[in-house]
Design a binder for this molecule. Structure first.
Ligand SMILES: [Zn+2]
Length: 316
């Protein structure tokens, strides 16, 4: 059971929007970067993008192999069998669509909180937080198991509310775009940022969630709508540990690992296989806040020579 709109299949719609949003944000990141750190430039950026996009391909292929029809297939199944609460309410399609979006967005917010609070799930989710930089590709970097658990959770919600397939497709496209946007290394004008934050999650807001400080990692869980963090008091306006410098805002520390390591670097994907996990060991908090590097051991700031990059502890 697969969704088609105007004769075009669901995967093609998703891919078209993904490519458009990805390319637009990639250009904007080059034009208006928020940070100009080593991890976001040249060789290390290329390595990070290769790793992150490899994880994306791996996760997407795993998902499509196990759930070929994806979330929209579940919605079509629910619709065909009359499952869920929404069809009983008889709401106009537009109102129903808004309601589906809000409910699914809350479900994703809740899922994100659970992935942080339950130690077993955090072990999976920290692959996302272990990125040594923060840009649009971080928003695509999720462990295949997290993607599989997420589709199971979303499917349960879709079945319970009887979400129409088109509404689910729109939600998925927006969620994917929002994830790339709120992780983007993009500097928005302050007034625009505060205006957008009233409704949606901005890059500056979500960057606090990727702080190295555990108490900041436990804030700003939202992906699309910013309302949930405000309602459940997990909203944080700005980082209080880095004084707005953004210098200390990547590679979050897991609570159990706080004394042992500041980040688990990417499970590097090479030649289609997970090959290794490297652990960077930072200096103390004060050292980290002075350093432009999340590992606290950065080579000279502008030293981008191959040797320097090769020796960088997070570079592989
Ligand atoms: Zn998170």
């Amino acid at each position: 059971m697969t969704l088609e709109i105007f004769g075009i299949g669901e995967p093609a719609w998703r891919l078209t929007f993904f490519a458009t949003i990805f390319l637009s944000l990639a250009v904007l990141e080059l034009l208006h970067p928020r940070l100009e750190r080593l991890e976001l430039m040249r060789a290390l950026k290329a390595r990070r993008w290769f790793t992150n996009l490899s994880i994306l391909v791996l996760s997407s292929l795993t998902l499509r192999m196990i759930f070929p029809a994806a979330a929209t297939g579940v919605a079509l199944f629910a619709g065909a069998h009359g499952y869920g609460l929404l069809p009983m309410l008889g709401l106009p399609p537009f109102v129903g669509g808004i309601l589906v979006f809000v409910i699914l967005d809350f479900a994703i917010w809740l899922e994100h909180v659970v992935f942080h609070k339950v130690p077993l799930f955090w072990r999976i989710h920290r692959v996302h937080h272990a990125d040594t930089g923060l840009d649009l590709t971080t928003g695509l970097r999720f462990h295949p198991l997290e993607i599989l658990l997420s589709i199971l959770w979303k499917s349960a919600v879709i079945l319970a509310i009887g979400a129409p397939a088109v509404s689910v497709l729109i939600f998925e496209i927006v969620l994917n775009g929002a994830a790339m946007f709120n992780h983007a290394n993009l500097k928005l004008p302050a007034r625009l940022d505060s205006l957008l934050r009233r409704l949606i999650v901005t890059p500056d807001m979500h960057s606090i969630h990727h702080s190295t400080e555990p108490e900041e990692t436990g804030t700003n869980y939202g992906f699309s709508l910013s309302i949930w963090d405000r309602v459940f008091s997990t909203y944080r306006e700005r980082s209080e540990t880095s004084a707005g410098s953004h210098a200390d805002r990547t590679c979050a520390v897991s609570q159990p690992m706080a004394c042992a390591a500041a980040l688990v670097a990417a499970a590097s994907v090479s030649k289609g296989r997970m090959t290794r996990v490297s652990i960077c060991r930072p200096g103390n908090s004060a050292d980290r806040s002075r350093s432009a590097d999340p590992c606290g051991t950065v080579p000279a700031k502008r030293d981008l020579s191959p040797a320097s990059v090769r020796n960088h502890p997070c570079g592989s």
